[in-house]
Design a protein around this ligand. Structure first.
Ligand code: PLP
Length: 273
């Protein structure tokens, strides 16, 4: 991505998401990615998780109004080039976030593109989203999105489609797109039966496939956040959605290649390549 000369104001990208005390995923992955992509990271904290490399043992939700106020505060003063949502925890937070995004022009019909990563659970299966919030993700958040980036578990939760091959990936893409986002991506990285990691983009008309060899690593904590954050950075720089996705996929591949051991569980992907 283009680097802003020292002393000049870079593009701003907002993350609305949860923290990770282990420093691997969530807001920590987002802000790290944004800094290394040369953009200024703005942060609206939606939840505070208690987690380490072994798992998430609990989380605390920020009051919905305070989440929305963080967004409103930076939108008015600093300006937002693109935004991404990650862990939003509850329907009350999702509704507050959707309302403030519409108010300040974030989303597919606004001036700032919105990447929605519908975070539902950690890689260990610990819930990060209340079950009552699935309808708010489907009917309140998705219609605002420039692109949604669910993993295969989140696709199954949201659409009921179990992706096992390229035909079911297309079915899932159509089911996700019917919920209203401009673009969807069906990420194949978790499809362990395939030697490739093939991602499928769909905008209601075109299917675009992005192929790369699967990277075998137990250290992939924060991979989904990193992809969505890099995508938001490229969109903020004016890239089209397919070009932004190509950039984000390659960025994430390098971060997976550079992942390291941390603690006794799963280590994080690393942007220090
Ligand atoms: N914690 C937070 C705050 C997250 O946003 C995410 C993922 O999006 C996770 C944990 C889970 O990350 P992983 O699935 O890489 O363990």
């Amino acid at each position: 991505l283009p680097l802003t000369p020292p002393g000049q104001t870079p593009v701003r990208v907002l993350t609305i998401a949860g923290t990770d005390s282990g420093g691997g995923a969530g807001i920590q992955a987002d802000t790290r990615t944004m800094a290394l992509c040369g953009v200024h990271a703005l942060v609206a904290v939606a939840a505070v998780t208690v987690q380490n490399s072994v798992g998430v043992s609990g989380f605390h939700e920020v009051p919905p109004q305070v989440v929305a106020d963080q967004v409103r505060s930076v939108a008015g003063d600093i300006g937002i080039g693109a935004a991404k949502t990650g862990m939003l925890a509850s329907s009350a937070i999702i509704e507050a976030v959707a309302a403030v995004c519409r108010e300040v022009g974030i989303g597919r019909d606004g001036s700032a593109p919105l990447v929605v990563d519908p975070v539902a659970a950690s890689m260990h299966g610990d819930p990060l989203l209340h079950a009552e919030a699935l309808d708010a993700v489907r009917y309140t958040l998705f219609p605002l999105a420039t692109i949604v980036t669910p993993n295969l578990d989140e696709i199954r939760l949201l659409t009921g489609v179990q992706v096992t091959d390229s035909a079911s990936a297309r079915t899932a893409a159509e089911a996700l797109h019917a919920l209203g986002p401009q673009w969807v991506v069906v990420k194949g990285g978790h499809l362990r039966t395939s030697a490739d990691s093939t991602d499928l983009l769909f905008d209601g008309e075109r299917f675009l496939e992005f192929r790369a060899p699967r990277i075998a690593t137990g250290n992939d904590h924060g991979g989904g956040d990193t992809l969505a954050a890099a995508l938001a950075c490229a969109l903020a720089n004016g890239y089209s959605v397919p070009d932004a996705f190509e950039f984000a996929k390659e960025w994430t591949r390098r971060c997976l290649d550079a992942a390291y051991d941390l603690g006794t569980g799963h280590g994080p992907v690393s942007p220090l390549w």
